[in-house]
Design a protein around this ligand. Structure first.
Ligand SMILES: Cc1ncc(COP(=O)(O)O)c(C=O)c1O
Length: 416
């Protein structure tokens, strides 16, 4: 079927995800997507097939092994294409936290005592701690703080921090608490004019549409594949001209063999191969909605991203409105999505109830959510929120539908 209009066919989307038919999951409104998403059957099928026929050490001559290695290579190649990178510019590792820990260690050798690295207090700790550890080598860590009133990272504040000693800016593309989409293109332009590298954390951005890393012009970009409809892995992108100069973090004889130099231990093989299922899913969504079959994958993704953005905006805005108008609730971040300025990741606290109490009421009403600091510990602490109790977070993606919105609004009525 081809519907060639501007609306995402959410019923078709949902039919691709076995969780929505599963006995345990099917009655729940799943709003913990920023924690980790469901996977389409294309991913499940690939994973199962790999485990049955090719669960052997890859890259040998016998067919099971040859196919295993081949599928792992294809998965990497497809993902590089999906974000507009070269195959040797991405690596698939165990998690974003691990990838950034390894990257920061590699970049350490480029820095000398007195050099400065900018981190934010809006980020998840995965893009803060690894950089803060560089203090051990005499590197000065400068914090780009959010505006306490609106929780936003403001470019003017960054301009006050950038100087000749600034070597790296580590910043999130989208906050997993505030939901704001930061203008990475602009940040990168300013940083590059100052000879500063940019590491952007796209973990909370990519589930709403894979990015074009060349367009963003970032030096490094990362996201977690288990939040983009895949298994528990994470992707790290780096510009080739930088990757090839980074000191080897892998076995010594692999020196020069970038990007494996930044991937000690390598990825989980079966999970890596199952990433082809995400590529297949993207193509299925495209073919269902558009008739032009010659489009390159990046072009397809750009078109799908627009459908997704429109759909997510339609779902999230009534929830944002409800929370922002409710006198007992305190919304964090913008109260409306306009032109992709915000992800449908909605965090709030209650004036008279703990976040745990609110979350329990929502769960009792079949809303799968939770309260936590979601490891954006510094962000919550700066905003004066109890970091143990945290916020309640309702995070939507493109497979959520109007019924989910109706159910969550009804459940929120019971919170008062
Ligand atoms: C914005 C953000 N960055 C980084 C991470 C860390 O990702 P991982 O679990 O792959 O280490 C998370 C995880 O929730 C996140 O939300």
């Amino acid at each position: 079927m081809n519907i060639e209009n501007n609306e995402l066919d959410v019923n078709f989307v949902r039919s691709q995800f076995p969780a929505f038919k599963d006995e345990l999951c099917k009655d729940w409104v799943f709003l913990e997507n920023a924690g980790g998403s469901y996977v389409p059957d294309t991913v499940v099928d690939r994973l199962t097939k790999f485990m049955i026929s090719t669960k052997v050490q890859p890259y040998a001559e016998y067919p099971m092994s040859k196919i295993a290695g081949n599928e792992m290579d294809i998965a990497t190649e497809y993902f590089s294409k999906m974000i507009n990178a070269q195959k040797n510019e991405i690596l698939i590792g165990g998690s974003t936290s691990i990838n950034l820990y390894v990257l920061s260690n590699a970049l350490r050798s480029f820095l000398k005592p007195g050099d400065e690295v900018i981190v934010t207090n809006q980020d998840h700790e995965a893009n803060i701690s690894p950089w803060r550890r560089l203090e051990e080598s005499g590197i000065k860590i400068i914090e780009w703080k959010i505006n306490k009133e609106n929780a936003e990272l403001e470019i003017d504040s960054l301009l006050n921090l950038l100087n000749k000693k600034t070597k790296i800016v580590a910043v999130t593309h989208c906050s997993n608490i505030v939901g704001s989409v930061n203008n990475i293109k602009k940040i990168t332009k300013l940083a590059h004019a100052n000879n500063t590298l940019v590491m952007a954390d796209g973990v909370s951005y990519a589930p709403h549409g894979f990015p074009d890393v060349k367009d963003l012009d970032v030096d490094f970009y990362t996201f977690s594949l288990y939040k983009t409809y895949g298994p528990h892995l994470a992707l790290l992108y780096g510009k080739e001209e930088i990757l090839k100069t980074l000191p080897n973090q892998n076995h010594s004889f692999l020196n020069g063999n970038y990007p494996y130099t930044l991937n000690p231990g390598g990825p989980n093989h079966e999970e890596l191969s199952s990433l082809i299922g995400i590529y297949d899913y993207v193509n299925k969504i495209y073919n269902h909605h558009f008739s032009d079959k010659d489009n390159k994958i990046q072009k397809k993704i750009a078109k799908i991203n627009n459908l997704i953005a429109k759909h997510e905006e339609k779902l999230a805005n009534p929830i944002l409105k409800y929370i922002s108008l409710n006198k007992n609730l305190k919304l964090i971040g913008k109260d409306k999505i306009v032109s992709k300025n915000r992800a449908p990741t909605i965090s709030f606290t209650h004036k008279n109830k703990t976040s745990e109490e609110v979350s329990k009421i929502l769960v009792a009403n079949k809303i799968a959510t939770r309260n936590d600091n979601f490891y954006a510990w510094r962000c919550l602490d700066y905003l004066g929120i109890d970091t143990d109790d945290g916020v309640v977070r309702l995070s939507l993606v493109h497979y959520n539908d109007q019924n989910d919105v109706n159910m969550v609004l009804e459940a929120l009525d019971r919170v008062n």
